[in-house]
Ligand binder design. Sequence first.
Ligand code: PPS
Length: 284
Amino acid sequence: MSDGYVWFEGIPFPVVDCTPEHLRAMQDFVFKDEDVLTVSFPKSGTNWLVEILCLIYSKGDPTWVQSVPIWERSPWVENTHGYQILKDKEGPRLITSHVPIHLFPKSIFKSKTKVIYLIRNPRDILVSGYFFWIISKFVKRPESLEQYFEWFTQGYETLGNWAQYVNAWMLEGQENVLIVSYEELKQDTRSVVQKICRFLGKKLEPEELNSLLKHSSFQVMKENKMSNYTLLRGWLIEDKNGSLMRKGISGDWKNHLTVAQAEVFDRIFCEKMAGLPPELFPWE
Ligand code: PPS
């Protein structure tokens, strides 16, 4: 580790359980047709989607999400611990990743692995990231929101430039890829979960779906120590009250960015994202 990141091929990775040697070895990871991959830029709502997937696979029964840490239920392929779990796991695997597509194991392109790609308003990603990085040891810690705004808008960000990352992963139109936004999940969780179930070929009975919605809600996840990362308090999360579950809303950026910052943001990112279908991209 140097300067608060693990560097690999010019991309800064979080320092948690991740080394350049592992990232190189990870290139040979073999995806299987029955795997389900959640992929996203950090702070897009990844753990929420993972919780939903776990509850789809347990048919709404919360036993699994209440007894096993989320990073063992759907391990991160870029982490050494996660990789070990995945390597030896039989049957359909839930897998999570923040790795940019150009550094991703190439076997993904030959498999029929179902990929769920989660996007979120980058202004909320920025704010969520700032408040998490300042209480944790995952990545280089910004000294102020102003400083982090500079890093983010200039593309010096954990996992690299947000716009490049998102544009490159946008595999829309491929039959094994589903693009989901945090905003649509927030707005109508039930419908999006049903869409995910159809994509995965899964069916939930009404009471199973109700149980899923309850146990993946912000309030319940916030209290679930297997999902809220409080098991890492005192080690990777320094704040004694720190949690991954901060606010869980869309549009919190309006409470933190100045008008001038919002304008700079729009100027930079609207241009960079101009090629994306507007209906897919949550700009509000
Ligand atoms: S990480 O560290 O990159 O894996 O973080 P990630 O899980 O991608 O994103 C964390 C944000 O997701 C919010 N979150 C939720 N929102 C709504 N409902 C539920 N159930 C939920 N679970 C997690 C979490 O609060 C972080 O967003 P902010 O804006 O900071 O609250």
